[in-house]
Design a protein around this ligand. Structure first.
Ligand SMILES: Nc1ncnc2c1ncn2[C@@H]1O[C@H](COP(=O)(O)OP(=O)(O)OP(=O)(O)O)[C@@H](O)[C@H]1O
Ligand SMILES: [Mg+2]
Length: 358
């Protein structure tokens, strides 16, 4: 396994770069050895660019990339000991499963007996031992993707596994199973994993840490819990979580967030700030329906709910702002009209110009 370090890495695909055209704005980061990371963000935000810089498919316009303490910036992919899995399975259709898995070892001139043993081990790990003699072209997309993964991991010197949306072309009903399987395969290994996905659920179930990107920039990194409980920006509050975080504007008065006639306590000490207005954010999961007045309790207009199957989301209006409240399916739905909701102080975060105020 290897620690991956970026120092001042920036990428532009233009010949004449300027600040507007960075596909990846200059950034430094370290990905710790043996951990798994998910790179998430909308299309075009630079996820594949980061992966390609780690693997050597792209030589960055500026900066250096290290695997452990080794500067690999100029090394070709073949010399980096990284395994790659792409969106579309990369297999040789004219070969059998066994030949596909053996290919990287044949290229490295391993002894046939050693190859057979190693391929057998990998085939067992990916659960495909009984199909070793099949033509790879006959397999389903999920099995082909497992072979791509197996082929990446078959070498014994692999230190990092890089996957670029490996489940995108897999049927929805197989996705869950394949994700679980890939996770199991990786868990037994001492490798650093970087997994690119659009899908926040995939990211959260897969990785120890998420790296959230926007417009060529890493905006926040942290555990799923960090990103859920403490989004550092409105962007992350909206991108992570479903439904997105609630945000509303309030006036700062005597250390409280004043909205309508109500004064709310918040997680941040507002007294030390000079802002007249701020935005406040709270996750729909943290808002509670509660009868009767109390601290941080608002009387709101409950206008309807969305049924999400296992949960429901109440839509409430207050002072022109929509506040969503997530409740379990078993929750007894109130009549439409006025209800009381509590916005617990510790979960009510403050934002200025889209960024969290601490
Ligand atoms: N070879 C290239 N030539 C020119 N521009 C490119 C090239 N590759 C990527 N870009 C641009 O760089 C930016 C980042 O692209 P990148 O492929 O890294 O995004 P991504 O987050 O992987 O997107 P997606 O989710 O669609 O795969 C985008 O604006 C993209 O159009
Ligand atoms: Mg991409």
């Amino acid at each position: 396994m290897a620690k991956i370090t970026f120092t001042d890495i920036g990428q532009t695909y233009d010949k004449d770069p300027n600040q507007e055209t960075w596909a990846l704005k200059p950034m430094s980061m370290t990905l710790e050895s043996g951990r798994s990371y998910a790179l998430v963000g909308p299309s075009g935000c630079g996820k594949t660019t980061i992966l390609n810089i780690i693997s050597g498919i792209i030589n960055p316009f500026q900066g250096k990339v290290f695997l452990d303490e080794n500067d690999v910036t100029k090394l070709p992919t073949a010399k980096r000991n990284v395994a790659l899995v792409f969106q579309f399975p990369t297999i040789y259709k004219s070969m059998t499963v066994e030949q596909n898995l053996a290919f990287p070892l044949v290229c490295r001139k391993w002894e046939p007996a050693k190859i057979k043993q190693r391929v057998g081990d990998i085939a067992e790990q990916i659960g495909i031992s009984h199909k070793l003699n099949r033509s790879a072209s006959k397999l389903g997309a999920d099995e082909k993707q497992l072979i791509s993964l197996g082929r990446g991991l078959v070498r014994d010197d692999v230190t990092a596994l890089l996957m670029d949306e490996p489940l995108t072309v897999i049927d929805p009903q197989l996705k869950f199973e394949l994700r679980k399987k890939i996770k199991q395969i990786i868990e037994g290994k001492d490798i650093t994993v970087v997994y690119v996905t659009h899908d926040q659920y995939e990211a959260m179930t897969f990785a120890d840490e998420l790296l959230v990107m926007s417009l060529g920039k890493l905006v926040q990194r942290g555990t799923p819990e960090d990103l859920f409980e403490r989004p550092n920006s409105k962007y992350v509050g909206n991108f992570i979580g479903s439904p997105a975080m609630n945000f509303f504007k309030a006036e700062v008065v005597d250390g409280f967030a004043q909205i309508g006639d109500y004064r709310l306590n918040t997680a941040v000490n507002l007294k030390k700030l000079s802002d007249r207005y701020l935005e406040f954010g709270i996750r729909p999961e943290h808002v509670r329906v509660q009868g009767g007045p109390g601290d941080n309790v608002l009387t709101v207009d409950f206008i309807g709910f969305d049924d999400l199957g296992s949960t429901r989301v109440l839509n409430c209006l207050f002072a022109g702002e929509l506040i969503k409240v997530k409740v379990p399916r078993s929750f007894e739905m109130p009549e439409q009209g006025l209800i009381d909701i509590k916005l617990p102080k510790d979960n009510l975060l403050a934002y200025r110009d889209g960024l969290q105020v601490l």
